[in-house]
Ligand binder design. Structure first.
Ligand SMILES: [Zn+2]
Length: 323
């Protein structure tokens, strides 16, 4: 498919997003469908070496998407600074690779927009990316214990984000491990439901949680391409999002701008609910010319039937109470 150019194509009011995550060294560009914006929710390497970052950047360079937005995950170790990783992890890294500094690794990603607790505006659509996930072993990157530390990261996310990208899932949504445990972050879920309310939340991390869910406000997408056995066989997800009205008449999309958000936000601490309905009524459409009257995404898993995992039981509903 030809990439949509918002300035000249017939599809002037819509962008096609292709969502992937946890590719762990996948280097075959033919696996990825064309679109306007590629979103990668982290774990693009297997062991986080600079060589793997370089390979990933080459892989990105072969993809046709106009914009490629990437965050890191817990495997992408060299993307985190030496100081924050701690000496033990960094000594492990130096055993496995020629240790380049964090800044150098970040600079190697020349073929994408790399977000680390940052926001980017693409044609008026605001995308925020954050690499953090809940700590479960001591030597991974961008991991923190659940609670205040994680909450501080989510508090940085602005209220008006359209698309949220995090590596880790929110609690209770496409987050169940093969052992049957929820691995998602409760504070992230609370922030999303009570304050941020993005139109789409893309994440990964829990490979076996691959799938999607809609709570009536947000499309949640666990886009992990690799299975629990690290085989890159899951298909990317696709959605279309309307370009906000004020930008439709702009002859060319503005240059991409990235900013870090540091403002403090006070959370609403009331109870919130996940909807108890499944997402079977999602508008399933490959028809990009469809005239959407709202700024609501249309989700379409290109493989038609998604690979449901045995723990995909989120549709049974969830009550979240934050005190
Ligand atoms: Zn992964």
């Amino acid at each position: 498919m030809e990439s949509i150019n918002p300035a000249s194509d017939v599809l002037t009011d819509m962008l096609k997003f292709v969502c992937i995550s946890d590719t762990h060294g996948l280097t075959d560009p033919t696996c990825i469908p064309d679109g306007d914006v590629l979103l990668h929710a982290g774990d693009f390497t297997l062991r986080g070496t600079w060589k793997q970052v370089d390979e990933f950047n080459n892989f990105l360079g072969q993809l046709p998407h106009k914009w490629k937005v990437v965050i890191a995950g817990n495997h992408d170790i060299c993307m985190q600074s030496k100081k924050k990783l701690g000496p033990m992890v960094y000594s492990m890294l130096t055993r496995h690779m020629e240790a380049k500094g964090y800044k150098q690794c970040k600079d190697m990603l020349t073929n994408c927009i790399y977000l680390q607790d940052e926001i980017v505006d693409i044609c008026g659509i605001k995308i925020y990316g954050s690499p953090w996930s809940i700590q479960y072993r001591g030597y991974d990157a961008f991991q923190l214990p659940e609670g205040d530390h994680m909450k501080m990261k989510w508090d940085k996310i602005p209220d008006d984000v359209d698309i949220l990208m995090t590596h880790g899932p929110p609690y209770g949504i496409c987050d169940i491990t093969k052992r049957g445990l929820h691995a998602g972050c409760l504070d992230l879920l609370s922030s999303i439901q009570t304050r941020i309310k993005p139109k789409v939340h893309v994440f990964g991390h829990i490979h076996e949680g691959y799938g999607k869910y809609n709570n009536g406000v947000t499309e949640f997408i666990n886009a992990a391409i690799c299975t629990v056995n690290y085989r890159p066989t899951n298909k990317p997800f696709i959605f279309y999002m309307k370009i906000p009205k004020q930008r439709e008449v702009t002859p060319h999309c503005s240059p991409v701008s990235i900013t870090s958000e540091k403002r403090e936000v006070t959370l609403n601490t009331k109870s919130s609910y996940c909807d108890t309905t499944c997402d079977s009524d999602l508008e399933d459409s490959t028809d990009a010319t469809k005239d959407l009257t709202t700024f609501r995404p249309v989700l379409n898993d290109i493989h038609g039937e998604r690979d449901l995992n045995p723990y995909d039981d989120i549709c049974t509903g969830l009550l979240v109470t934050k005190l």
